[in-house]
Design a protein around this ligand. Structure first.
Ligand SMILES: Nc1nc2c(c(=O)[nH]1)N[C@H]1C(S)=C(S)[C@@H](COP(=O)(O)OP(=O)(O)OC[C@H]3O[C@@H](n4cnc5c(=O)[nH]c(N)nc54)[C@H](O)[C@@H]3O)O[C@H]1N2
Ligand SMILES: Nc1nc2c(c(=O)[nH]1)N[C@H]1C(S)=C(S)[C@@H](COP(=O)(O)OP(=O)(O)OC[C@H]3O[C@@H](n4cnc5c(=O)[nH]c(N)nc54)[C@H](O)[C@@H]3O)O[C@H]1N2
Ligand code: SF4
Ligand SMILES: [Mo]
Length: 839
């Protein structure tokens, strides 16, 4: 079997992969040693991509309502609804909401149809929730959305500042490159994050900044450097401000920065997802401009993209406030674009940004919405409001790979799209490197490429000539040719050299970067910005922060299907400082409700001294498909940055309260279960079947929870314990339920391996352990090798006191390396740290 070179499905690092198809919907994944993003490395998500390419849950046929339809009728209906809406209510009553998980070719087609031929700029992307503030900051400083850095800068820097970035979890291969550079040349690492993340734990200095304190900190830093004669800047009101952090930390930071002209500031969601996100971006860029730390190797402000093609979407014009190819809405730019597309219907003004778009839907102004490759019912702030808007829009089209997402459930028409491993085209990563994604499998069912679906609708609307592509190479060539317009307007974006690739050359295209490695804009300028004002509402005294887990991707439609990835965190945790928990009467493992003016959600409590007092953190990932009330965006306020329109996902006013339950339990079952009416449930994937954590009030409705079959059960009324095993007709275990009113529940690990297998005797299952138990590995730390915390503790007691020694003794951390920070954290709790020894 030959290897196919492609690009990872997930984050904006854009790692190259060598994929070997080993059977129907089966693939072996390796890092591509020749790809300049990763040189062979892959993190846990990339490594386990093979577990997510099965057809479980896939949308394989067009659906009109709950009825299967053929492509012809589905697309006729899409076009007919679109045309009728435009005729009755004008072009602005139509909108697309798209995604950084589309390929550049898909994105280009969607943008061209809406902006060029429908004549509205109401196409926005989930990058609004992600990158919009960085884009706005680039535009204000550089006059173009230009990232002036490359990954090699991280290796040539003496100091790397990570601002609002949990790099070890969210851009793990970048983190590994930084770590390797530290090993090789002693790079210093500073993490600026309110939480003590695994990234922060590995840093030389962790600055536990107050939420949204970044602009004050960077202004103060710039001022301090200017005072030392290291920065050229004309002072403005608000530059010399209180840094907002302990004086000793500030002094240490100033010294480090002063001593390190080769410095990269890498920033992501802690900077962008803020009502002052654009100012944060500019505060960071200002520091680099005023100190000359930009446009040369090892220096620059580096905004990391989140999704695999967030950058490509920015280039083609996926955001409602750009036209295409980095061009804006001036007369000149519009004329050039209209001429290139040969259209007389080009839109004339920017369209609605995501949060405003859903408000316009609610207000009945937008009546036709087409959602592609994103799950806004989960990922938008104030998602309760967004759901209500989606439920009432006249026409909702959803292009998806998964049949049943929280958004797809609300759609009138669902269109099956090709997913990773089937689609074919290009993506641009954080360092402006364009790479090919290549198909590994034949299209499943009737799934089709997103660009081809869009082109078919365009044809039905009478724009066939402009969408007359036969393959993705044709779309790419057209887009590449169009970027010459950007160059004509003084922009750096220019792919026009690739406009003449043959189909074969496109197929064989090697990763290439546009713009020079440290593309410094000639007319960059400092943008004076002022610190944000903190607000306080006594009814909601806590600050709610949200973000990501290492092994889950967004709304879990794909990573949630991977048994290995599910092991890292099976439930959404409410991380809270122990003292805040005590005040509220919450203990480790209890359930708590987080309440904000927007709504409420329920999480498992995890006490964490790495959380600042008064601040709590929950993950963004869980949906109604995976949990009862675990959606963080029921909580998040829809307040946006005034410049970029990006929501402030990281700082909502909130309070917490205990959730009292009468019983707790868990269910392992071959089939997924979505129980009704419980105080709490969360499902996660096992190798065979599902593990569902449960809690409720009153009595346990065993019949509602369990499948049909022969039941064997034990109960202990004094302890309120009940255990039920259900056997399938073939004798295998169909389900096992463990409930307690007062006691503790047995460990899940062994029980979780018994569904569907039939080796375990029911008596063993009722006892919750095998007759001859193997040593319990404890919670799994290394998902690649299945090594648990107990295994690591044993190795540590046996003398393995470094991450490398643990690797040698147990193999933990030796494959993808994503768990190495977690191993370091465990080691720190077992062996005394050097600080403690010194003290
Ligand atoms: N495992 C995993 N990796 C991913 C993704 C995923 O879903 N899962 N998604 C991808 C995408 S689309 C994105 S956008 C990236 C996001 O990558 P990151 O930005 O690294 O991820 P987040 O966890 O959203 O937020 C980062 C940190 O910002 C901190 N923060 C919150 N408020 C502030 C503040 O006011 N100031 C500062 N300085 N920090 C603050 C949070 O505590 C958090 O630790 O990850 C990409 N990679
Ligand atoms: N509370 C909170 N909310 C957040 C954030 C946060 O930090 N905190 N971060 C925000 C950020 S940065 C982001 S990027 C968003 C992400 O939020 P979403 O974009 O909503 O998240 P995903 O789960 O990645 O949704 C992508 C969907 O596209 C489908 N899909 C995958 N590939 C394809 C394809 O090729 N074609 C089609 N048609 N469909 C496909 C997947 O099955 C999935 O349902 O969430 C935002 N929301
Ligand atoms: S860092 Fe991980 S998730 Fe991101 S592209 Fe590389 S392998 Fe994929
Ligand atoms: Mo993102």
């Amino acid at each position: 079997m030959s290897e196919i070179r492609t690009t990872c499905a997930y984050c904006g690092v854009g790692c190259g992969i060598r994929a070997e198809v080993t059977g129907p919907r089966m693939v072996t994944i390796r890092g591509d040693a020749a790809h300049p993003a990763n040189f062979g490395r892959l993190c846990s998500k990339g490594t386990h991509l093979g577990e997510t390419v099965g057809l479980e849950g896939r949308l394989l046929h067009p659906m009109i309502g709950e009825k299967r339809a053929d492509w012809g009728s589905a697309l006729d209906l899409v076009a007919e609804r679109m045309r009728a809406t435009i005729e009755r209510h004008g072009p602005d009553s139509v909108a697309f909401y798209v995604s950084g998980q589309l390929l550049t070719e898909d994105y280009y087609a969607a943008n061209k149809l809406l902006k060029g031929f429908v004549g509205t700029a109401n196409i926005d992307t989930n990058s609004r929730l992600c990158m919009a503030s960085a884009v706005a900051a680039h535009n204000r400083s550089f006059g173009e959305d230009l990232v002036p850095c490359s990954y090699t800068d991280l290796e040539e820097a003496d100091l790397v500042l990570l601002v609002g970035s949990n790099t070890a979890w969210c851009h793990p291969v970048i983190w590994q490159r930084i770590e390797a550079a530290r090993e090789a040349r002693g790079t210093r690492i500073v993490v600026i994050d309110p939480r003590r993340t695994e990234t922060a734990e590995q840093a030389d200095l962790h600055i536990a900044i107050a939420p949204d304190g970044d602009t004050a900190l960077f202004n103060a830093l710039l001022h301090a450097l200017a005072e030392r004669g290291l920065a050229q800047v004309e002072a403005w009101d608000g530059l010399a401000c209180d840094p907002g952090i302990p004086a000793a930390h500030f002094a240490a930071l100033v010294d480090l920065v002063a001593a390190s002209p080769r410095m990269v500031t890498l920033f992501s969601m802690g900077a962008n997802q803020s009502t002052g996100g654009t100012d944060k971006g500019n505060a960071i860029i200002n520091l680099h401009l005023a100190t000359g730390r930009i446009g040369q190797p090892g220096a620059g402000p580096f905004s990391m993209t989140g999704q695999p093609n967030a950058m490509g979407g920015r280039e083609v014009g996926g955001l409602a406030n750009t036209l295409a190819c980095h061009l804006g809405f001036s007369q000149d730019e519009r004329e050039d674009v209209a001429a290139f597309w040969k259209t007389n219907r080009l839109c004339t003004a920017p369209g609605l940004k995501a949060v405003d778009l859903f408000r316009a839907i609610d207000a009945g102004k937008v009546r036709f919405l087409w959602v592609m490759a994103t799950n806004p019912a989960v990922s938008m702030p104030d998602a309760g409001f967004v759901r209500a808007a989606l439920a009432k829009v006249e026409t909702l089209i959803v292009s998806e790979v998964i049949a049943d997402t929280d958004t797809a459930r609300l759609a009138h028409i669902r269109l099956p799209a090709l997913g990773w491993g089937e689609k074919d085209g290009t993506v641009t990563n954080s360092e402006r490197r364009v790479s090919r994604q290549r198909a590994l499998f034949a299209p499943p069912g009737e799934a089709r490429a997103d660009w081809a679906i869009i082109a078919d609708v365009a044809r039905r609307l009478g724009h066939g000539a402009a969408f007359d592509w036969n393959c993705s190479a044709e779309v790419f060539r057209e887009y590449a040719a169009m970027t010459a317009l950007a160059a004509r307007h003084g922009k750096r974006l220019d792919l026009s050299a690739h406009a003449t690739l043959s189909d074969q050359q496109y197929d064989a295209l090697e990763p290439f970067q546009w713009g020079s490695a440290q593309a410094l804009p000639t007319d960059a300028k400092i943008v004076p910005v002022r610190p944000a004002q903190a607000r306080f509402d006594p009814a909601f005294p806590l600050r709610l922060n949200t973000g990501r887990y290492r092994d889950q991707w967004h709304t879990m439609t794909r990573t949630g299907l991977s048994p290995r990835l599910s092991q890292h965190r099976r439930e959404p945790l409410l991380e809270v400082h122990p003292e805040d928990a005590t005040v509220t009467g919450l203990a480790e493992g209890a359930l708590a409700r987080v309440v904000t003016p927007q709504g409420s959600a329920v999480f498992r409590v995890a006490l964490d001294p790495g959380q600042r007092r008064g601040e709590i953190f929950v993950p963004m990932h869980w949906t109604d498909a995976m949990a009862g009330e675990g959606r963080s965006n029921r909580l998040v306020a829809p307040e946006v940055d005034p410049v970029s329109g990006q929501p402030g996902f990281k700082n909502s006013a909130a309070r917490i309260e205990p959730v009292t339950v009468d019983w707790r339990g868990f269910l392992v079952s071959a089939q997924a279960s979505r129980p009704q009416g419980l105080a709490y449930w969360v499902a996660s994937r096992l190798t065979q079947g599902w593990l569902t954590e449960l809690a409720g009030q009153g009595s346990v409705d065993v019949d509602a929870l369990l499948p049909e079959g022969e039941r064997i059960e034990v109960a202990d009324a004094t302890r309120g314990m009940r255990r039920v095993v259900v056997l399938a007709p073939d004798g295998t275990v169909a389900a096992a339920l463990y409930v307690t009113r007062r006691g503790t529940l047995p460990p899940r690990e062994w029980i979780a391996t018994q569904v569907g297998l039939g080796q375990a005797a029911p008596a063993e299952l009722l006892a919750a352990r095998p007759a001859s138990p193997a040593p319990d590995p404890g919670p799994i730390v290394c998902v690649c090798h299945g090594i648990g915390a107990r295994n690591i503790e044993t190795a540590a007691r046996g003398g393995a006191c470094t991450v490398a020694a643990i690797g040698a003794a147990t193999a933990a951390g030796t494959n993808c390396g994503s768990c190495r920070p977690a191993i370091a954290r465990l080691l720190a709790t077992i062996t005394p740290s050097s600080e403690e020894k010194a003290a």
